[in-house]
Design a protein around this ligand. Structure first.
Ligand SMILES: Cc1cc2nc3c(=O)[nH]c(=O)nc-3n(C[C@H](O)[C@H](O)[C@H](O)COP(=O)(O)O)c2cc1C
Length: 362
C-alpha cells in the first residue's frame, strides 16, 4: 500500500505526494473579484502540497456571490491569477482552479437586485455573506431548460480561461449545496424536465458540464468535487448511494483525472455526515484516483490509503496554519491551529503569517 508520501499521477499532473490542499475560499480578492498579490504569496507558501486545489473561483457574474472572492471571466481576473500560478510554479508546486457557480446562494445584492438561479424555486437556509454584512438568502429562480446551455458555456469558458491563466487543470465544484449540487440532490431539485425526476436526470447537468469541460481542456486536466454525505446549505439527498454511484459511473466513463469526495464524519467539525462514511461503498463505481476530505489527521489519512478507500487525502484547515504540512506530517511534528476569525478577512493577518517549520530543524 502506498504511503501519504508516495507520488501519484492525477491525469496529466504528477503529484509528488498524496497530501493535497483542499479548496478554501479566503476572500483576499478585490471587489471586482480580481486576485491580489498577497494571494500569490499565500499559495506559493503551500507549494509543497502534492496538488493545490484553489479556492472556489466564480465562472460568471451570475454565479458569484461571495465578497472579495475571485473570478475567471475578465482579462483582469486572468491576469491576477497568472501572477498566482507563476508564483506556485516558481516554488515547485502544482495548482488547479476550482470552478464555481453558487446557484441559489448568490444574494441578489451581487446581481443588481436580480434573482439567483437554481434547479427549482427554493431558498437556502440561513444567511449570505454580502458587502453589507450577513443577509437572509432569497429564493432562487428555476432555470429554464433552454438556459442550461448558457451555463455550460460559462463553465467551458472559465475552464479555458483557467488554463490560459496558467493553472495545471480545473476542478468542477459540484459539492456543498451550490449550483450543480442543487441539481444533483433531491432536497433542492423538483424539476419535471430532463434535469429532474429519475437519477439519470439528476446527474445530467453534472455529466454535461464535465463532458464540456473535458472536451475543452482535456479529461486529463479535469477533476470534480462532490459531497455525497450530509446536508450542506440545505442541500441533501434522501438516498445518496444509488445517486452517487450513478454519478461516479458517469464521471468514470468521461475519464476525468481525479474525483474528490468531501464527506464529513458523523462527528465532523466542518459539517456532519448523515450516514457512516460512504467512500468505501462508492469506490468501486469510479475507476480513477479518488481523493477524500474532511477531518483527516495523519493516522486517519494513512488508514484510508491502507484500506484502499482512497488514493490521496485533501486537507483544508491544516493547510491554513501549516503551510509546509507535508513536512510536518513526515516528521510527526505538532500542527498549528488556524484562527477561524481570520478565514474571510481582507489582508495578511491570519493568511500569510503562519510560518513554515525550519527545514534545518531535526
Ligand atoms: C475557510 C474555508 C473555506 C472553504 N472554502 C471552500 C471552497 O471554496 N470550496 C470548497 O469546495 N470547499 C471549501 N471549504 C471546505 C474545505 O475544502 C474542506 O472540505 C473542509 O475544510 C474540511 O476539511 P478539513 O477538515 O481538512 O479542514 C472551505 C473550508 C474552510 C475552512
Amino acid at each position: 500500500m502506498p504511503t501519504l508520501f508516495d507520488p501519484i499521477r492525477l491525469g496529466s499532473i504528477e503529484a509528488p505526494n498524496r497530501i493535497l490542499m483542499a479548496p478554501m475560499t479566503r476572500a483576499r480578492g478585490t471587489r471586482e473579484h480580481i486576485p491580489t498579490p498577497i494571494m500569490a504569496e499565500y499559495y506559493a507558501q503551500r507549494a509543497a502540497a502534492g496538488l493545490i486545489i484553489s479556492e472556489a473561483i466564480g465562472i460568471s457574474r451570475e454565479g458569484m456571490g461571495w465578497p472579495y472572492a475571485t473570478g475567471l471571466w475578465t482579462p483582469e481576473q486572468l491576469g491576477g491569477w497568472r501572477t498566482v500560478t507563476d508564483a506556485v510554479h516558481a516554488a515547485g508546486g502544482r495548482i488547479v482552479a476550482q470552478l464555481w457557480h453558487m446557484g441559489r446562494t448568490v444574494h441578489p445584492s451581487f446581481l443588481a437586485g436580480g434573482q439567483p438561479v437554481s434547479a427549482s424555486g427554493t431558498t437556502a437556509p440561513g444567511h449570505a455573506h454580502t458587502y453589507a454584512g450577513k443577509q437572509r438568502y432569497e429564493a432562487g429562480r428555476p432555470l429554464r431548460t433552454d438556459e442550461i446551455p448558457r451555463i455550460i458555456d460559462d463553465f467551458r469558458a472559465a475552464a479555458r480561461n483557467a488554463v490560459e491563466a496558467g493553472f495545471d487543470g480545473v476542478q468542477i465544484h459540484a459539492a456543498n449545496g451550490y449550483f450543480i449540487d442543487e441539481f444533483l440532490r433531491d432536497s433542492s431539485n423538483f424539476r419535471t424536465d430532463a434535469y429532474g425526476g429519475p437519477i439519470p436526470n439528476h446527474i445530467r447537468l453534472l455529466r454535461e458540464v464535465t463532458q464540456a469541460v473535458a472536451d475543452t481542456v482535456g479529461a486529463d486536466r479535469t477533476g470534480v468535487r462532490l459531497s455525497p454525505n450530509g446536508e450542506t446549505q440545505g442541500v441533501r439527498d434522501s438516498n445518496p448511494v444509488p445517486l452517487f454511484t450513478a454519478a461516479l459511473e458517469a464521471l468514470s466513463a468521461i475519464g476525468i483525472a481525479y474525483l474528490e469526495l468531501r464527506e464529513p464524519p458523523l462527528d465532523g467539525t466542518f459539517g456532519v455526515g448523515d450516514l457512516p462514511p460512504l467512500a468505501g461503498k462508492l469506490r468501486p463505481a469510479f475507476k480513477g484516483p479518488l481523493i477524500v476530505n474532511s477531518d483527516y489527521d495523519l493516522a486517519r489519512a494513512q488508514a484510508a490509503l491502507d484500506e484502499g478507500t482512497a488514493d490521496a487525502i485533501s486537507f483544508g484547515r491544516p493547510f491554513i496554519a501549516n503551510p509546509d504540512l507535508p513536512l510536518r506530517l513526515a516528521r510527526k511534528l505538532p500542527l498549528a491551529v488556524d484562527d477561524a476569525t481570520m478565514w474571510f478577512t481582507q489582508g495578511p493577518e491570519g493568511y500569510v503569517d503562519y510560518s513554515a517549520t525550519s527545514k534545518a530543524s531535526p
